[in-house]
Design a protein around this ligand. Structure first.
Ligand code: CO
Length: 210
């Protein structure tokens, strides 16, 4: 099942199926992309963004990293964001978190044993500290964990809103609209946390008072 050859043979079957359904499929795909969505998700193998949303090739520009972070100093995510907005003119940018996120869990537990990723998770630890009181009011560790996953998404949407790329785009028009959602691996459902954030007033209201 984990045989690498399986990936290549699956790929051949997929390409053959698509070509049978539409002989021009790959020729058309090769002409270029005009995705309407940029999705920023977690690297977790259980959260395949295109698969769980039914987005086909050409429909979704994707960036994934551990715990779906949007660091204002991360050249990688900023490059993806700028290209998606200024060259591809995506209409929507979604941050997709997921319950059971190992990155968020590590920040929650304050464990320091994962290596470099501990540095990466500094912002999630900040989110936890900032919402200490709200989290403490929840009785169960699992509820605190779920809530931190959600708060992390909201903070990453706010980080997105604060980037100069998004600020400049909003001065020029109504796009992109920013959205935050959380995927539940336990039932396969993607739930919206916040939608249609397209100005600073809405961005300012993203985070519940700590
Ligand atoms: Co994760």
């Amino acid at each position: 099942m984990l045989d690498l050859n399986r990936l290549f043979s699956n790929n051949r079957s997929w390409a053959a199926r698509e070509t049978t359904a539409n002989p021009a499929y790959f020729r058309e795909l090769a002409e270029g992309q005009e995705p309407h969505f940029l999705a920023i998700g977690c690297s977790d193998s259980r959260v395949p963004l295109e698969l769980l949303t039914g987005a086909g090739p050409g429909e979704m520009f994707v960036h994934r990293n551990v715990a779906n972070q949007v660091f204002p100093a991360d050249l990688n995510v900023l490059s993806v964001l700028q290209y998606a907005i200024e060259a591809l003119h995506v209409k929507h940018v979604l941050v997709v978190g997921h319950y059971g996120c190992g990155g968020v869990q590590a920040a929650m537990d304050d464990t320091r044993r994962l290596g470099l990723v501990d540095n990466w998770l500094g912002d999630v630890r900040d989110v936890k500290r900032r919402h200490r009181r709200e989290l403490a009011e929840l009785d169960h560790a699992s509820a605190r964990f779920d809530r931190l996953v959600e708060l992390n998404v909201l903070h990453q949407v706010l980080n997105l809103a604060r980037t100069p790329v998004v600020q400049d785009a909003w001065v020029l028009g109504k796009h992109p609209k920013l959205h935050g959602a959380v995927f539940d691996v336990r039932d396969g459902i993607l739930r919206s946390l916040v939608a249609e954030v397209d100005n600073n007033e809405k961005a300012d209201g993203l985070i519940p008072m700590a």
